[in-house]
Ligand binder design. Structure first.
Ligand SMILES: O=c1ccn([C@@H]2O[C@H](COP(=O)(O)OP(=O)(O)O[C@H]3O[C@H](CO)[C@@H](O)[C@H](O)[C@H]3O)[C@@H](O)[C@H]2O)c(=O)[nH]1
Ligand SMILES: [Mn+2]
Length: 352
């Protein structure tokens, strides 16, 4: 628990939104009046009348929800440097990743998400990463095994050069960061080595995917005679930081929960339930971090930021969970559908 007398670990700044509130409330009133008019003119019913009524109802409902969710927007500023002063020891965190289908969610994507978690700027002996595989796929398991071997090189590289986006496919496709000493021969050499190792990893996974021959020997024998919706539990510790080394890698655990055709598996919620139960028996950390398999972490200090909110004396009373805004990669050129929420990100300067 954070020291009660220390500075706050986060501050919330509300935006002055009066103008927006007034104009949007006025719009809502006008739409309600319009619906009222429809109600009294129901005798003029015709097909265009009905169509207009449906559209106006939809606008009204969507404006109502927009208004209520955006009534008091605020920015939360966290102070991670204060966190380290106010707690004697940072708490353990269990990190959960869910994947469900090796075709729709290719294992290389899950691997990148997992690598971005394993490389977080947080004491590795306080972290454990649990991957739930609802696809019960030996390919996903294989990809994670290979990823854990690659992580032994990737994680130290990220920490040494303070890489910001620690999912290799994003890192290698972006321009080098300004803070990175890109001109030193040492960096150039290590960068190239890492890139080659990552390309090897991708190719291995690609090859295994294209071969379509599910391995059934050794570690993989548990997958033989399994169907996606009919199999016993499979739990495999891929990597264990046995000596709790402070410069080691976090534990990595693969879980494919039991499924039977007659029992509902409750999708992601069911997977999360099993993840909390299994992690409860293995590491039982007081905090959990959850990402979908295609949601890389793009801020290596994210656990610190979240803990600022959750460990602050005020936050402890008021906050149950902290959620980061999402930014989407691989969107269409110029983002015609606004998926990147560029305006939101730039105007209110969301930091992570
Ligand atoms: O039987 C299932 C189905 C899904 N998932 C996982 O759940 C996550 C979300 O499922 P997805 O179908 O990808 O939904 P999205 O619309 O992409 O995700 C958003 O919407 C979901 C609820 O609809 C939330 O749970 C997610 O966190 C949120 O990102 C993914 O990691 C899946 O692998 C499972 O583990 N088991
Ligand atoms: Mn998804």
């Amino acid at each position: 628990m954070a020291n009660q007398n220390s500075f706050p670990l986060y501050q919330k700044h509300w935006y002055n939104h009066t103008y927006k509130r007034v104009t949007e409330s006025l719009l809502l009133v006008l739409l309600l009046l319009q619906l009222g008019y429809r109600a009294i003119s129901v005798s003029n019913y015709s097909f265009p009348w009905f169509l207009a009524f449906v559209c106006e109802s939809w606008f009204t409902i969507s404006l109502f929800f927009t208004l209520s969710t955006q009534w008091s927007p605020a920015e939360i500023k966290t102070y991670p440097e204060r966190l380290l002063q106010s707690v004697q020891e940072v708490p353990a965190v269990d990190m959960f990743v869910t994947t469900a289908d090796p075709v729709l969610e290719p294992p290389i994507i899950t691997v990148n998400t997992v690598l971005s978690l394993l490389a977080l700027d947080y004491p590795p002996h306080k972290l454990a990463c649990y991957v739930s595989d609802d696809g019960c796929s030996p390919l996903t398991f294989y990809a994670l095994q290979e990823a854990s071997k690659f992580a032994k090189f990737w994680v130290p590289f990220c920490k040494k050069y303070d890489v910001q986006v620690r999912a290799p496919f994003r890192y290698f496709s972006a321009k080098p960061q300004v803070s990175t000493p890109t001109n030193t021969p040492e960096f150039k050499q290590e960068w190239l080595q890492m890139k080659n190792m990552y390309d090897d990893l991708s190719q291995k996974i690609e090859l295994e995917t294209s071969q379509k021959s599910n391995p059934s020997h050794g570690d993989f024998s548990v997958f033989s005679n399994t169907e996606r919706t009919n199999h016993p539990s499979i739990i495999k510790v891929i990597w264990e930081n046995k000596e709790d080394l402070e410069d080691g890698l976090p534990h990595l655990i693969y879980i494919s929960r039991e499924k039977r055709p007659k029992h509902s598996h409750h999708f992601k919620a069911g997977a999360m339930n099993v993840l909390t139960r299994v992690s409860g028996l293995i590491t039982n950390a007081p905090f959990m971090l959850n990402v979908d398999c295609d949601m890389i972490v793009n801020n290596p200090k994210i656990v610190h930021h979240a803990l600022c909110i959750l460990l602050d004396p005020k936050g402890q009373k008021e906050v149950a969970f902290a959620q980061c805004p999402q930014q989407f990669y691989a969107t269409l050129k110029d983002d015609p559908f606004g998926n990147q929420m560029a305006i939101l990100m730039k105007v209110i300067e969301i930091k992570y």
